[in-house]
Structures are given as structure tokens and as C-alpha cells.
Design a protein around this ligand. Structure first.
Ligand code: ADP
Ligand code: MG
Length: 264
């Protein structure tokens, strides 16, 4: 194998490749040049204090923000642009929407459709967006509800479910679109403490099945156990990153130690 093809195949295995990603809101510089990679099948936990830019970075990965600098590739696609014969063309809204179909996102607030049952919530996008046949979508939605431990709640409306159950439906709903990458933005932060474990268990299962995941979380036990890589962000920069045993177990920077002292 030549050096060139080795380099190419290494790039092929990257689900997310951020190079110098910058983002500002007016005068406020939120991302000051983020470099980060997520390999296929990897779980990356993004940790850091409030306001450090974690959610903004996830929004960039999910094509929800226009970058002010740097490049970001997700699943091989340059976010925001199409490359053709060496030139870049800004994507149209429809093309952005098509790229976003590869990505599932789960938020702190579950945002289920309140007038739909758990099953209908999970079936909705496959039927409406992917034009799947309702019978097939229903069968798959049932198997996804089973996967998140909620087969017996398929007919329940969100208001009848606990926060942990709603979040598990939200995960099933994201999985229904067959994403290649799952983004989680503090998925357990809005939950009562006794409901956190059931959501983390579902995420553990996804990781074990090989799903590529970027998880913003303050659950350091989860990060230590499940993450391949932990990235500590502060003030719009990556302060340090590496295996959890290093970043969480033996942090090299005072800022990391100070943050961990507060959350652990
Ligand atoms: P984190 O998720 O790490 O808490 P965020 O990415 O949400 O951080 O926010 C980083 C900074 O950017 C914060 O100071 C926040 O107030 C600011 N910010 C986020 N979104 C916007 C926006 N749409 N307009 C203006 N400022 C924003
Ligand atoms: Mg946030």
C-alpha cells in the first residue's frame, strides 16, 4: 500500500473531522479554532463548563450553524458546501437537509410531539420524510421501542411517560432515521437523578452496537466507562483530549483539573 492510499483510507474512517472551526455571534467568539476527529464507531464525550461552546459545536456538526472559519467534514461531506472540480459551492437548503439525514440528535429537552403516541413519534419521520410504508415503519418503530425498553409503552402519549421514558422514545425516534452519527446534548441533564441510569443504559447499548456518537455530558462515570475519547473544552478551545484514563484520570491542565474538581 502506498503512503497516499494509507492516508486516504485513514480519512475514510473519520465520521467527523474538524479543522480550525471558528464561530462567533457578533463580537462574541464562541469557537476559536476547534480541531477534533471522531472515527467511525467511536464514542467521543465532550465535556466542559457551561458556555464553553459545546452545544454550538454540536450544532455545527448538525449543519445548523454557518462556520466563520475552518472546515468541518461529517460523514465525508463538507458541511455547508459542495465540492465540484476543485471549487466550493454553498449548499442550498434542500441539500443541507439531505446531509442532515445522516445525523440523529437528542437534546436535553425531549421535544416529542405531544399529540402523538410513542409509536407515532417514532414512525413519523420515516413515513413523512423517507416515505416508508406505514406498516414497515410501524414494525421497525416497535423494534426500536423494544430496543430502548419501551415496547409496552408504544400506545402511551408523552404526558403519560416519565422524563426518562420520554428521552428513550426520543432516542428511538432519532434511530428511526437510520443515522450514521448520533449527537447527544446533555441528554440526562433535565432528568430526575433516579431516571438518569435508564437513559445512560440505552446509550451504552448503542455504543456497544458500534454506533458513532458525540455526547456532551456531565456524567463523568459514563464518560470514563463508555468514551473512547474525552475532549475537554473551555472558552471555545479544546484544552485537552485523549482516552478517559488520561483526561479524567490524569489531567495535564489546571483548567481541566479545576473543572473536574467541580463535577466529580
Ligand atoms: P455550552 O453548550 O458549552 O454551554 P454554548 O455553545 O451553548 O455553550 O454557548 C457558548 C456561548 O455562545 C455562550 O456564551 C452563549 O451565550 C453563546 N451563544 C450560544 N448561542 C448563541 C446565539 N444563537 N446567539 C448569541 N450567543 C449565543
Ligand atoms: Mg450546551
Amino acid at each position: 500500500m502506498t503512503r497516499h492510499t494509507e492516508a486516504a483510507s485513514a480519512t475514510d474512517q473519520l465520521m467527523v473531522e474538524a479543522r480550525g472551526v471558528r464561530k462567533h455571534y457578533g463580537q462574541l467568539e464562541v469557537l476559536k479554532g476547534i480541531d477534533l476527529e471522531v472515527r467511525n464507531g467511536e464514542v467521543l464525550c465532550l465535556v466542559g463548563p457551561s458556555g464553553s461552546g459545546k452545544s454550538t459545536f454540536l450544532r455545527c456538526i448538525n449543519h445548523l450553524e454557518r462556520l466563520d472559519g475552518g472546515t468541518l467534514r461529517v460523514n465525508g461531506h463538507l458541511v455547508g458546501f459542495r465540492e465540484h472540480e476543485g471549487r466550493l459551492y454553498e449548499l442550498r437548503e434542500k441539500e443541507v437537509a439531505a446531509q442532515r439525514l445522516d445525523i440523529g440528535m437528542v437534546f436535553q429537552r425531549f421535544n416529542l410531539f405531544p399529540h402523538m403516541t410513542a409509536l407515532q413519534n417514532v414512525m413519523e419521520a420515516p413515513v413523512q420524510v423517507h416515505r416508508e410504508k406505514p406498516a414497515a415503519a410501524r414494525e421497525r418503530a416497535m423494534s426500536l421501542l423494544e430496543r430502548v425498553g419501551l415496547a409496552d409503552k408504544s400506545g402511551a402519549y408523552p404526558a403519560m411517560l416519565s422524563g426518562g421514558q420520554q428521552q428513550r422514545v426520543a432516542i428511538a425516534r432519532a434511530l428511526a432515521m437510520r443515522p450514521r452519527l448520533m449527537l447527544f446534548d446533555e441528554p440526562t441533564s433535565a432528568l430526575d437523578p433516579e431516571l438518569v441510569g435508564e437513559v445512560l443504559d440505552v446509550m451504552r447499548g448503542l455504543a456497544a452496537d458500534g454506533m458513532t456518537m458525540v455526547v456532551v455530558t456531565h456524567e463523568m462515570g459514563f464518560a470514563r466507562e463508555v468514551a473512547d475519547t474525552v475532549v475537554f473544552m473551555d472558552g471555545g478551545v479544546v484544552v485537552e483530549s485523549g482516552p478517559p484514563a488520561d483526561v479524567l484520570g490524569n489531567p495535564q491542565h489546571a483548567r481541566t483539573r479545576s473543572f473536574l474538581g467541580k463535577v466529580l
